[in-house]
Design a protein around this ligand. Structure first.
Ligand code: ATP
Ligand code: MG
Length: 427
């Protein structure tokens, strides 16, 4: 059991740090004050304080308190209790949701509130505790940070500030135990190293590769969320490379890696192009979409599947695609569960690729009204950067059609225009 003396908890008084209430989300402050008024302890915790100290804009503001989930619920009308593995409160302010968790204690005692599986993974983690215990449960020293609303002081571990200053990602406690408790911490180490431009400390880094297999057991829906956090906020390219260095790609994307190994045509250039494109999107403040990401990643494995089915069947191409799409999701989704809604969007984006080829005529107007037309077109452009041959012409045609005025569009889709294109392609 990891033990930490309460003297290990450092206090940095208000006049020795730069965090001001002006930089703190107004709704988070409201929650902190309400908890304090009801005689509970209340702290901002983790990444938000870390980011403020580093001069970055926090992604979200998390709160921890000694109030139990039910007590939190009684204090806030706009509160919803969530989670089974880790029960916590969501306080809802319109579009903003603030997470309020009860301080956690040691999970080591076998009880109804804490439960681990045979590999040490915490399946349930609802043992409540105090600040000294909670701080040990945080993942990295740079995230073991609390801002106390009572006197505006900071609480942290002795190495928190020096690790922040030196840019070191260091797991709290024994790396093997901490990764066994929650293997997603390996992905978090990589994510923070890249996002914050920091180094993963030697022991924290050394256990990643040998324990990578533990990620195989993470629930595919959680993996879907984690992949988005890893890739959709910028630095996707660097992230992919670091995952490769730590040999984690086969545990995240086993289906894709299998296709990379068997050298599925165009797949590696598509991945390269995809990572660059989503980094550009993030940099321009655009939202990176799950559907674009997975449609791109899985398109060439889909082509291989289509090819295999075609050899042994006399179905028409459209039907072959339907079968192949089902097979691709079936093989991919056990590791990362793409949401049902997203699978439906991807399916339509893919089927529209077939229609792009055949509809460079009066049918173009109809195709343009398809729900996923815009997404499918963006994806067609993506393919045109990866594939050789006719696809470039097709993408150009659709771009011109989309951007053209009424007269140009009419001209492009007239029978005459089509005859000359058909003739030209025969020539
Ligand atoms: P960001 O929000 O920028 O992704 P963060 O550090 O705030 O980074 P969150 O997922 O918002 O990450 O979690 C808030 C805090 O909760 C973390 O700073 C850390 O203290 C703790 N935490 C989150 N996930 C884990 C985990 N898997 N194991 C241990 N502690 C965790
Ligand atoms: Mg956060």
């Amino acid at each position: 059991m990891r033990t930490l003396q309460s003297s290990n908890l450092q206090t940095i008084p208000r006049n020795e740090h730069q965090i001001s209430r002006q930089n703190i989300d107004k709704n988070a402050l409201k929650i902190l004050y309400r908890l304090q008024k009801s005689n509970y302890q209340a702290y901002l915790v983790g990444g938000c304080i870390r980011d403020l100290l580093l001069g970055l804009k926090p992604k979200d503001f998390d709160i921890t308190t000694d109030a139990k989930p039910e007590q939190i619920k009684q204090l806030f009308k706009n509160c919803r209790l969530i989670g089974r593995r880790f029960r916590l409160a969501h306080i809802i302010f319109g579009h903003e949701i603030i997470e309020v968790a009860t301080l956690r204690g040691h999970p080591n005692q076998p009880s109804a509130q804490a439960k681990a599986n045979t590999s040490g993974r915490l399946l349930r983690d609802n043992v409540f505790g105090n600040l000294e215990e909670d701080i040990e449960r945080r993942d990295f020293t740079i995230n073991a940070l609390y801002y106390d609303i009572k006197d505006f002081s900071l609480r942290c571990l002795p190495s928190t500030m020096s690790d922040l200053e030196q840019g070191i990602i260091r797991l709290i406690g024994d790396p093997t135990t901490r990764y066994q408790e929650d293997p997603v911490r390996m992905l978090r180490a990589i994510r923070f190293a890249i996002k914050l431009d920091m180094k993963i400390e030697e022991k924290t880094a050394a256990s990643i590769e040998p324990l990578g297999y533990l990620l195989d057991d993470i629930h595919p829906s959680r993996m879907y969320e984690e992949v988005a956090k890893l890739f959709f906020a910028g630095h996707a390219h660097a992230t992919w490379q670091m995952l490769q260095t730590y040999q984690l790609l086969p545990h995240l994307f086993p289906f894709i890696v299998q296709h990379l190994k068997q050298k599925t045509p165009n797949l590696s250039s598509m991945i390269e192009q995809l990572l660059l494109t989503i980094d550009q999107q993030a940099e321009q403040g655009q939202r990176v979409s799950h559907s674009f990401f997975y449609a791109s990643l899985l398109w060439y494995p889909l082509q291989e599947t289509v090819r295999d089915i075609r050899v042994n069947s006399n179905l028409n191409l459209h039907d072959i695609y339907h079968v192949a799409i089902g097979q691709v999701f079936e093989q991919h989704n056990p590791s990362i569960a793409i949401s049902k809604r997203c699978c439906n969007i991807i399916r339509e984006m893919w089927l529209l690729q077939l229609r792009f080829e055949k509809s460079k005529n009066s049918r173009a107007f109809k195709l343009e009204t398809a729900t996923q037309y815009k997404r499918a077109l963006t994806f067609l452009n993506m393919r045109s950067q990866v594939e050789q041959g006719h696809i470039k012409k097709t993408a150009k045609w659709w771009q011109a059609f989309t951007q053209g005025n009424a007269e140009q569009r009419k001209k492009m889709t007239s029978n005459k225009a089509n005859k000359s294109t058909t003739q030209a392609s025969k020539d």
